[in-house]
Design a protein around this ligand. Structure first.
Ligand SMILES: *[C@@H]1O[C@H](CO)[C@@H](O)[C@H](O)[C@H]1NC(C)=O
Ligand SMILES: *[C@@H]1O[C@H](CO)[C@@H](O)[C@H](O)[C@H]1NC(C)=O
Ligand SMILES: CC(=O)N[C@H]1CO[C@H](CO)[C@@H](O)[C@@H]1O
Length: 480
């Protein structure tokens, strides 16, 4: 096992993370102080995948007399449970990430807040270019809700004319990028002051605005767009990923359990195998889930794919020095409203993922938090469990995505004596953009523990041997 040299950097990383994870509680009557104004704001909403990705770039000016570092982002209460992540960074200069913390204040308020902490402070009279990125799942609704096997599928987005803000915005516009050019319905607002229409359309892009001064808290009118979506809306209602570390076997085993659903327009009428076979011939785009391709880490081996019925033989695995692609074909095309549950798994050499300190007792595991298919997909409930060897202590981790829960327990399997140290991490509303982000886990494994498994195996073998020797010495013959 190769050793890790920058151990100090790792230790300080864990310390910083613990500090950032604290929660922010504010009084129930909290309103963000009006210490900033936004002189220019551009909101870009990307609807090319079955979830919404929003980027807000704004020039934020400190209009108070003191340096300021707390910026508040309002979020609709209804959107809150659908949010996947909220990130913020300084778009100019070094581009550093700011710490973003959800605010706990008044559950009844229709607006909730995230606090973005500027580091360093913004001096009075100065401005910064703030970039906020966020994603939300379950925002796009199929309209109509049901289509036949051969009809087109349309998704509808509903949102606000203006970007929601806790500060006055002097100038702003919103750009939407849709999954296709075919947009049968969209909200037409009053023409702008210069008589041009609002929104303006160019291919699959729509632009609302530009608008002049909008006061804090004014979201404008509700706007909707309905556009064709030619791909399936793949949603994992639940996914459980098990990462098992075995020092003794030098193996990293990964197993994933999926509860998949197609959240697109539901299939109207009976499924026609004849019509399906006919379309299969020229292979047009379909809103049914026909295949998932998992780009695994290089070196993946021994893959398997099973469902309720058993092995699924229509999978393909192509692996070489540069890539390892696992193609899984469900037993049937998964149409809108249909479910499919399956299990897949594979192995890796442990040395590709674990590094040891030169003392031989401290280790760091670096592994993707989740891998998942290359198709656009969202995960409602995601559970990642890391099972470490027996006797592993002082387990610390850095998660690349926000978590809602952490559990630690002992996982017992065959030939284990005290049970293996396991950590179960739960996240919600995870989106495919978060695939392959790395989870870092550090742990202590005394050398005496490394010998536990072989010792247990050896003792068991010895006991069996002794027993059979004793048995062979007993004279079982009847009479002489
Ligand atoms: C499933 O496939 C694996 C490997 O291809 C094989 O070892 C196993 O026996 C199969 N199981 C069943 C139930 O067919
Ligand atoms: C699919 O799964 C969801 C969530 O687990 C469930 O609510 C729904 O009833 C299932 N649909 C079918 C057709 O089995
Ligand atoms: C005290 C102070 O300098 N306030 C300034 C904050 O920023 C705004 C906008 O740049 C200025 O107009 C204020 O004078």
């Amino acid at each position: 096992m190769r050793s890790l040299h920058n151990w100090g950097a790792l230790v300080s990383l864990f310390a910083t993370l613990a500090a950032a994870a604290e929660q922010l509680v504010l009084p129930a009557d909290f309103t963000p102080p009006r210490v900033f104004k936004q002189s220019n704001l551009l909101r870009t909403i990307d609807l090319t995948k079955p979830y919404a990705r929003e980027i807000i770039a704004a020039v934020v000016e400190n209009i108070s007399k003191q340096p300021q570092n707390e910026f508040y982002l309002p979020v609709d209460k209804a959107t809150l449970p659908k949010l996947s992540y909220v990130e913020a960074r300084n778009k100019k200069g070094s581009g550093e990430e700011f710490v973003v913390t959800p605010v706990k204040y008044n559950d009844d308020s229709s607006l909730q807040y995230y606090r973005i902490l500027f580091e360093p402070d913004v001096p009075a009279g100065h401005s910064i270019t703030l970039q906020i990125s966020l994603a939300a799942t379950d925002i796009l609704v199929p309209v109509p809700a049901q289509v036949t096997q051969v009809e087109k599928q349309f998704l509808q987005w509903t949102g606000n004319q203006y970007a929601l803000s806790a500060y006055t915005t002097e100038k702003q516009k919103t750009k939407l990028k849709l999954a296709s050019n075919e947009v049968p319905d969209f909200t037409k607002l009053e023409p702008k002051a210069d008589g041009t229409e609002d929104p303006t359309k160019s291919g699959n892009q729509f632009t609302f605005g530009p608008y002049s001064v909008v006061e804090a808290g004014n979201a404008g009118e509700e706007v909707t767009l309905r556009f064709e979506y030619t791909n399936p809306v793949i949603k994992m209602d639940r996914m459980e990923r098990l990462i098992e570390v075995s020092h003794w076997g030098g193996n990293l085993a990964i197993e994933e359990r999926y509860w998949m659903t197609n959240n697109g327009a539901k299939l109207k009428d009976q499924f026609s195998r004849v019509a399906w076979a006919a379309t299969n011939y020229y292979n047009p785009p379909t809103t049914a889930i026909k295949q998932l391709t998992f780009p695994l880490s290089v070196g993946a081996k021994d893959p398997y794919f099973t469902d309720e019925i058993g092995n699924v033989s229509t999978s393909r695995f192509r692996s070489n020095m540069r890539e390892a692609n696992l193609e899984l074909k469900p037993r049937y095309p998964v149409f809108g409203g249909w479910n499919y549950t399956f299990v897949t798994g594979w192995n890796h050499d442990l040395r590709d993922f674990v590094r040891g300190h030169k003392n031989g007792e401290d280790f760091v595991l670096k592994v993707p938090f989740l891998e998942g298919p290359k198709e656009a997909v969202t995960y409602k409930d995601l559970e990642v469990t890391i099972v470490l060897p027996e006797g592993a202590t002082n387990v610390k981790y850095v998660s690349p995505i926000p978590l809602v829960k952490e559990e630690r327990y002992l996982h017992k399997t065959f030939m284990d004596t005290i049970g293996r140290t396991a950590v179960k991490l739960t996240a919600v509303n995870v989106v495919d953009e978060q695939h392959r982000k790395e989870l870092v886990v550090s742990y202590h494994l005394p050398q005496s523990e490394a010998l536990r498994k072989p010792f247990v195996m050896f003792s068991a073998l010895m006991a069996m041997f002794t027993l059979s020797w004793i048995v062979s010495k007993i004279d079982l013959k009847i009479g002489k």
